[in-house]
Design a protein around this ligand. Structure first.
Ligand SMILES: CCCCCCCC/C=C\C/C=C/C(=O)SCCNC(=O)CCNC(=O)[C@H](O)C(C)(C)COP(=O)(O)OP(=O)(O)OC[C@H]1O[C@@H](n2cnc3c(N)ncnc32)[C@H](O)[C@@H]1OP(=O)(O)O
Length: 477
């Protein structure tokens, strides 16, 4: 695990600063991360546990640092992110290795830098840069950070040695002007204009997300309010975000993204010992909203699709809808017109299942009716080649009951997309009692290829969908 600010790390830092301040021999203090990096933030796993609020909380550690009568220098290598950067901002000086990076990625997990980061950074870097870093979660390299006044020195040698040398030069210098809480915000006069510009950008880029807006509001408060009042408001905003569903989902997604490549089943099969098959062609059954959306996902990933819809009018409509969705992507510069044409060239519509005889995978997306699905799966079992995986987009029905309509339950799985399937990254891949590890490996790999982020841990099953055997999931709001 990367260095994160668990309770015991905060405690160690807090005690260390207090001890150094009490020790007459100590004339300056250097904070440096052991190993590969400076802290990359608070421990996200600790949120919603007692440890996250156990003293000393991050702000208390920060205050002890900033109020120290001896100069405190943060020596940053690797990444100083989130709470790690907030600690650095409480130091009187910041130096960093040239290849270090800093940032506030909290917004990406639905939060804001709630240990006074939204109030301190604007005092150092100015509003525009702070808004950009905080509301968009942008990480910046050490050179940019230096240019914007966040760092006092760039180092290209041994960071600890350089920090010690730096410390000897600043011993005895006045510290008040180095305490960010005592400074005014740079470019404060432009706050309203900068806020409006950034808000428009946020609304465009992060539609529907609350955290980026709260980030901007909190940065704006750093100008409109006293330091203490702005901090109080920051606390209120982060608590609101922390208890909201968006941050819960995004934090889930953070871990899901990381555990998906490491999936493992209770039988011992895992990503390491199970080879996926390559899906070259696929069939999608049902040309409603879900089926059309799924078809878009597949053709965008270069997988030729046969879309089956027995109602010919609906099929025609779906083909137009799909073309319209791709036009939207062209308009948004997410693909070129040529790419759109390439996508459409690998999409075929048909009204009969027998056209699926040669595909490697079928994703059924008809409405939620067990008997209908069982009927379709029984037919698919007869029509498709023996190696074809038969998947259902069902959100609620039992995969085992669908699989038992076939003679290949080992090749039946759930591949549950979320509407609109071509936007939402959430995908639950569900296996039944007879689904083989090879099928799981293949649908996991297929989901990855579609740009979906997936997850396969037993623990998460309870969180998402108790009635399913396993879920693999993430969300992009
Ligand atoms: C009612 C509750 C009240 C709570 C009050 C709390 C108030 C606190 C308020 C604010 C203070 C500050 C908040 C924060 O700091 S939030 C966290 C901000 N930081 C991040 O979001 C960083 C997230 N991490 C990353 O971006 C990357 O991990 C990376 C760039 C640091 C490194 O990338 P890479 O080398 O690719 O490694 P991995 O991503 O694979 O990560 C390795 C390993 O480490 C785990 N991990 C990483 N960061 C964290 C973290 N912040 N907390 C917990 N765990 C983390 C990651 O999950 C991987 O674990 P593994 O899969 O088990 O190996």
């Amino acid at each position: 695990m990367l260095k994160v600010l668990h309770h015991h790390v905060r405690e160690g830092l807090f005690e260390g600063i207090k001890r150094a301040n009490a020790d007459e021999q100590v004339r300056a203090i250097v904070i440096i991360g052991e190993g590969k990096t400076f802290p990359c933030g608070a421990d996200i796993r600790e949120f919603h546990t007692h440890a996250s609020v156990k003293e000393p909380v991050l702000t208390a550690v920060g205050h002890t640092i900033e109020n120290s009568g001896k100069p405190v220098i943060s020596a940053i290598h690797g990444t100083a992110l989130g709470g790690g950067l907030e600690i650095a901002l409480c130091c009187h000086y910041r130096i960093a290795s040239e290849n270090a990076r800093i940032g506030f990625p909290e917004v990406l997990i639905g939060l804001l830098p709630g240990a006074e980061g939204t109030v301190r950074l604007p005092r150092l870097s100015g509003l525009a840069f702070a808004m950009d870093m905080i509301a968009f979660g942008k990480q910046v390299n050490a050179k940019d950070a230096f240019r914007h006044g966040i760092l006092d020195k760039l180092c290209n040698g041994n960071i600890l040695e350089e920090a010690k040398q730096f410390a000897t030069k600043v011993i005895g210098q006045p510290l008040d002007s180095r305490r960010l809480s005592r400074l005014d915000v740079k470019d404060a006069a432009n706050v309203d204009l900068l806020f409006e510009v950034a808000l428009a950008q946020v609304k465009r880029k992060s539609r529907g997300q609350i955290a980026p807006i709260y980030c901007l509001k909190s940065v704006r408060n750093s100008v409109r309010m006293s330091f203490d009042k702005a901090v109080e408001e920051e606390q209120r905003l982060i608590m609101e975000l922390m208890t909201g569903y968006q941050s819960t989902a995004l934090q889930y997604s953070f871990f899901a993204d990381r555990s998906a490549p490491k999936w493992r089943l209770p039988c011992g099969a895992s990503v390491h010992n199970t080879k996926p098959s390559r899906i070259e062609t696929a069939g999608v059954i049902g040309a409603g909203t879900m089926g059309s959306g799924i078809a878009v996902c597949l053709i965008r990933a270069g997988v030729p699709v046969i879309l089956v819809e027995k109602n010919k009018k609906m099929l025609e409509k779906a083909m137009k809808t799909i073309s319209g969705i791709l036009d939207g992507s062209v308009k948004l510069n997410r693909m070129t017109s040529e790419q759109k044409e390439q996508c459409l060239a690998i999409l075929k519509g048909t009204s009969t299942l027998d056209k699926l005889s040669n595909v490697d995978m079928v994703i059924e997306a008809v409405y939620e009716n067990l008997e209908l699905k069982r009927e379709i799966f029984a037919q698919l079992d007869k029509v498709c080649k023996p190696s074809t995986l038969l998947c259902s987009n069902t959100s609620t029905l039992d995969i085992d009951k669908i699989a038992s309509a076939t003679n290949r339950p080992d090749k039946v799985a759930g591949t549950h997309f979320f509407a609109p399937a071509f936007i939402m990254k959430l995908m639950e891949n569900v296996y039944g009692t007879k689904t083989s590890p090879a099928t799981v490996a293949t649908v996991m790999e297929f989901g990855r290829r579609l740009g979906k982020e997936l997850e396969a841990t037993k623990e998460e099953i309870k969180n998402i969908r108790l009635h399913l055997t396993v879920t693999f999931c993430t969300i992009d709001l």
